[in-house]
Design a protein around this ligand. Structure first.
Ligand SMILES: NC(=O)c1ccc[n+]([C@@H]2O[C@H](COP(=O)([O-])OP(=O)(O)OC[C@H]3O[C@@H](n4cnc5c(N)ncnc54)[C@H](OP(=O)(O)O)[C@@H]3O)[C@@H](O)[C@H]2O)c1
Length: 319
């Protein structure tokens, strides 16, 4: 009996250790499975540096920022701090940023990335994304295919190690694939229990394009527009699964995104929740658990990019 118990303990410890913490991209590089999100209100900009430092000290190795978040300087200060204190090396970090929304041409990409690198105090980023296929801020000239050629240029210059897109739908992805030399390694899109986004995920995964899942907590947390969607961390489906594994429902949501073979990007500036959101590698969901959570889908996005919603979002974040 004692030997059987001992064996079971050893097996569960091994299981916890073997759950992978990185994923192989189609360009041969390994990307950390959890990304730390940094989009916040500009009036709370002073929270970013200490939060990013705490995230890295808690074990996050990927940081997600964007020119549009207006926080690359604070993120850069945090990175410089942890590297100077020997917490991590530059090579151990994965820094993702996104092209300025005002760039709509091939020629605009290099100076935009150089500006981001200067703010981040880095020689290169690990992943550079086109933020949106749409001309969100209504610049005079905008074609994401031309912009993608500029992204390929900066990849050739080694100013970014990997390249990808964000908010691209199936048509956008196919258009890039049919007209470009390089394949995007990732597509960063919204995924959460009330927006399961299954079609684009299936399409990208069939092409070996990795999905980064933003807004992982959907409408379970306060949002600038609620679209009348009710979603809660106390949902009985999530509570039942959380009790089964001895985890919180927020951890079940993040693990659900990992077990759908995507990389979640949770954001928190709260000490306890920063730690909670990366404590995910000692359990995994069954296919049945995943299917039950998929049933919570309401097909409603938190982040809509039509001009009316965008104005509310920009106002909320002070951008
Ligand atoms: N590519 C794009 O177009 C795009 C669009 C949107 C977002 N993103 C990226 O994705 C990241 C995440 O999206 P997001 O910021 O909307 O969302 P999120 O992580 O879904 O939600 C953040 C909110 O959840 C709360 N929270 C975090 N952990 C929690 C927990 N364990 N329990 C309860 N509440 C918790 C946070 O509050 P506390 O701080 O108080 O914990 C915060 O209010 C962004 O920061 C950004 O990097 C990308």
């Amino acid at each position: 009996m004692y030997r059987i118990l001992n064996f079971l303990v050893i097996v569960s410890v091994i299981n916890a250790d073997v759950l992978p913490k990185s994923v192989l991209l189609n360009d041969g590089r390994r990307i950390p499975i959890i990304s730390y999100g940094t989009l916040g209100k500009t009036q709370d900009l002073d929270l970013i540096k200490p939060a990013v430092i705490q995230a890295i000290e808690s074990g996050y190795r990927q940081i997600d920022t964007a020119a549009a978040y207006e926080n690359e300087e604070q993120v850069g200060e945090a990175i410089a701090d942890v590297i100077s204190r020997g917490i991590v090396t530059r090579e151990e970090l994965w820094i993702t940023t996104k092209l300025n929304l005002e760039v709509g041409t091939r020629e605009g990409v290099l100076p935009a990335l150089q500006a981001s690198l200067k703010k981040l105090k880095l020689d290169y980023v690990d992943l550079y994304l086109i933020h949106s296929p749409e001309n969100l801020v209504l610049v005079q000239e905008y074609d994401y295919l031309n912009v993608w050629k500029g992204v390929e240029d900066v990849r050739r210059l080694n100013l970014t190690r990997s390249i990808g897109v964000s908010n691209f739908n199936i048509t956008d992805i196919n258009r890039v694939l049919a007209n470009s030399e390089m394949v995007p390694s990732v597509n960063e899109v919204e995924v959460n229990p009330t927006y399961t986004n299954s079609e684009i995920i299936a399409h990208c995964q069939s092409l070996n394009i990795t999905i980064l899942s933003y807004a992982p907590f959907g409408f379970m947390v306060p949002r600038p527009i609620d679209y009348n969607v009710t979603s809660t961390f106390k949902d009985p489906v999530l509570v039942r699964i959380a009790q089964k594994y001895g985890k919180t429902t927020s951890q079940v949501v993040l693990r659900y995104l990992i077990d759908r073979k995507t990389i979640p990007i949770p954001r928190s500036t709260n000490t306890e929740r920063i730690k909670l959101n990366i404590d995910l590698f000692d359990f995994r969901l069954s296919q049945e658990d995943i299917s039950s959570i998929n049933e919570l889908n309401k097909d409603v996005k938190v982040y809509n990019f039509d001009q009316e919603a965008l104005a509310i979002l920009f106002d909320y974040y002070g951008l």
